[in-house]
Design a binder for this molecule. Structure first.
Ligand code: SF4
Length: 400
């Protein structure tokens, strides 16, 4: 069993209009104490008996997410990775013939270390320092190539920054880059969406994520949209049908370009699926460190206090930052197997799940199969590829 580690960096330069994550815009002086606290949490946790079942598992994926982890100084990011290396066993790094052409055997374990970064935060010096620290995968928060959409979303970067960031990362030697797009941003039209998809395919990152905009009622955009106002261009948010069409057209174009659609929102060139994120969908263990980070050891889930100032204060005072621990019941585990597992387009081994939980799911599945929303792919049960945009409705029905 291998272990994934997630490091949460909950700081952003500005708050995007659609975002309601537990992230904040704080003074830069707060970054270093936060990184120190994460290093201490790593050492404290490794020394405690709390994670005895995970303690000796080799770490094969590390993911710095946020927020905007690339805001931290490269030395602070390297310090956190060093603390991990000192306190946990690490899997072997990927073997490469050259940095531009990684020789990845998709079946063999290798170490994947990802850093989420915003395009405008990337400089050649930072990119080189990240590579030297051990990061071998960069996930760029692109979201759109249209400046009007980026501005309406409250993003700091513009189209030109994305091309510049991709060039800097390639020149530094990164051979594994992920980029994401959001279908349904305010100001988005079918033409501007097609343009974003064309430009991402022109850059040809190894991995692409495409999300449908979910309007969180607690976000600035959500509140404006509910009130029927026009700030943040709320009145230009595309309809659900338009979003679904954008997603479906992207599915076709990415398939033509050689990307494997392996999860509802994720595509990779062969050998470049996100190993870290696969752990979430497969219910494999991961350790979350930092404010608000979640962990799962196979039987328990727990999370740290969300507020970054409280998190730092907890660590500095020697208290545990963990605030919620729950043992996963058999029913919860079964539900997770279904709704997390079915996010993977290959599907799940229905017989294995039925045997593991001692249940017969045929009656629950029958109606959804009759409606064409679920289908059997050999022994695997999967979402029907033509209906991925209604996956949430399928999960609601299935979990009943
Ligand atoms: S960068 Fe990400 S986490 Fe930060 S405000 Fe924007 S969407 Fe939210």
């Amino acid at each position: 069993m291998n272990l994934g580690v997630y490091i949460q960096v909950p700081f952003c330069q500005t708050k995007c209009t659609y975002c309601n994550f537990h992230t904040g815009v704080v003074a830069r002086e707060k970054y270093a104490p936060y990184a120190d606290a994460v290093r201490r949490e790593i050492a404290n946790l490794a020394a405690s008996g709390e994670i005895s079942t995970l303690r000796d598992a080799p770490v094969d994926t590390v993911y710095f997410g946020g927020g905007t982890p690339s805001l931290l100084e490269p030395s602070a990011l390297a310090g956190i990775l060093d603390a991990l290396r000192r306190n946990f066993a690490f899997a072997e790094p990927v073997v490469r013939d050259s940095v531009a052409a990684p020789q990845i055997n998709a079946a063999a374990p290798h170490l994947e270390i990802t850093l989420e970064a915003d395009p405008e935060t990337i400089t050649p010096e930072k990119a080189e320092a990240w590579l030297a620290a051990g990061f071998n995968r960069i996930s760029l928060g692109v979201q759109s190539f249209d400046d009007r959409e980026l501005q309406a979303a409250g993003r700091m970067h513009r189209r030109a920054d994305i091309f510049a960031a991709a060039r800097i990362l390639r020149e530094a030697g990164f051979g594994n880059i992920s980029m994401d797009l959001i279908a349904g941003l305010a100001q988005q039209t079918r033409a501007s969406w097609e343009e974003s998809v064309a430009r991402i395919l022109e850059i040809r990152p190894e991995h692409i994520s495409i999300y449908l905009l979910e309007i969180d009622e607690g976000s600035r955009l959500g509140k404006e949209s509910l009130a029927g106002g026009s700030r943040y261009s709320a009145e230009t948010i595309p309809s659900d049908d338009a979003m679904a069409e954008s997603y479906e057209s992207a599915c076709a174009r990415l398939a033509d370009a050689g990307y494997e659609h392996y999860e509802i929102s994720n595509w990779g060139l062969p050998g470049f699926r996100s190993r870290h994120n696969l752990k979430y969908w497969r219910r494999e263990p991961y350790l979350g460190l930092g404010a608000g980070a979640h962990s799962f050891d196979g039987t328990r889930r727990w999370s740290n206090v969300h507020d970054s100032a409280k998190y730092v204060a907890c660590i500095e005072s020697g208290a545990t930052p963990r605030e919620q621990i729950e043992r996963v019941t058999a029913q919860q585990a079964l539900d997770e197997e279904l709704f997390l597992g079915l996010r993977q387009l290959e599907g799940i081994d229905l017989a294995r799940v039925e045997k593991k939980y001692g249940v017969n799911l045929q009656a629950r599945i029958a109606a959804l199969r009759e409606q064409g929303l679920l289908e059997m792919n050999g022994a695997l049960l999967r979402l029907a590829p033509a209906h991925l945009t209604v996956s949430n409705e399928v999960f609601v029905e299935l979990l009943g």
